[in-house]
Write a protein that binds this ligand. Structure first.
Ligand SMILES: [Fe+2]
Length: 203
């Protein structure tokens, strides 16, 4: 991901945001243009948190929580709010799609990796850390396959963080990378659903 900044506007909510993304995708542009335009819309949405419902701000002391906010009926994208308690972070993973992240509350650290091998083996990858960035409140970052999409993100602060994520597919599985052994493993990821009762439905 790479940071990006644009002008923010108030009064813009989740429904407006979804309509903006639908408008971008309707033109079937290249991923690079999707990233640029969805980043601008994400910046606008993250300028305020008034639109985010209380039930989508619920975290879990054991692991970060993925709240599904919108799933495109045509399956072109999903919008999520992620809640991170202090110290919670992802493993190193990829996405196999474009993605944009915006910070609604507090900040996240993102560490990016380059893949050094030829990518021909599904279960092995040689990766190297390329850079680490702190994305602050209102900040936006993106994923652009095939070269800018392996990373790990986490809350290294002492306060809860809420971030907004939009992905170019229903992101229910990712590859997880072990930087020491080189092993690549598929991992199923799920959404929190209040209907699941006391146990959040997450990984
Ligand atoms: Fe990610």
């Amino acid at each position: 991901m790479t940071t990006m900044s644009t002008t923010a506007t108030s009064g813009y909510g989740l429904r407006d945001y979804v309509a903006s993304i639908e408008g971008v995708l309707a033109r079937r542009p290249a991923n690079k243009i999707i990233i640029r335009e969805v980043s601008a819309a994400t910046k606008q949405l993250c300028a305020s948190d008034r639109w985010l419902e209380e039930r989508h701000r619920v975290g879990n002391p054991d692991r970060y929580t993925r709240h599904l906010l919108h799933r495109d009926p045509q399956n072109r994208f999903v919008v999520l709010a992620l809640v991170w308690m202090p110290g919670q972070m992802t493993p190193i993973h990829d996405h196999s799609c474009w993605g944009v992240m915006g910070l609604i509350q507090n900040s996240l650290e993102e560490v990016c990796y380059d893949r050094l091998d030829d990518g021909k083996r599904a279960d092995y990858a040689e990766i190297e850390q390329s850079r680490g960035t702190d994305v602050g409140q209102g900040g936006v970052a993106y994923l652009l396959p095939p070269y800018e999409e392996i990373h790990r993100i986490g809350n290294t602060s002492d306060k809860p963080t809420i971030s907004l994520h939009v992905y170019g597919r229903d992101l229910d599985e990712v590859n997880v990378f072990d930087p020491v052994s080189g092993k690549v493993s598929p991992m199923r990821i799920k959404y929190y659903s209040p209907e699941c009762g006391k146990e959040p439905f997450v990984i």
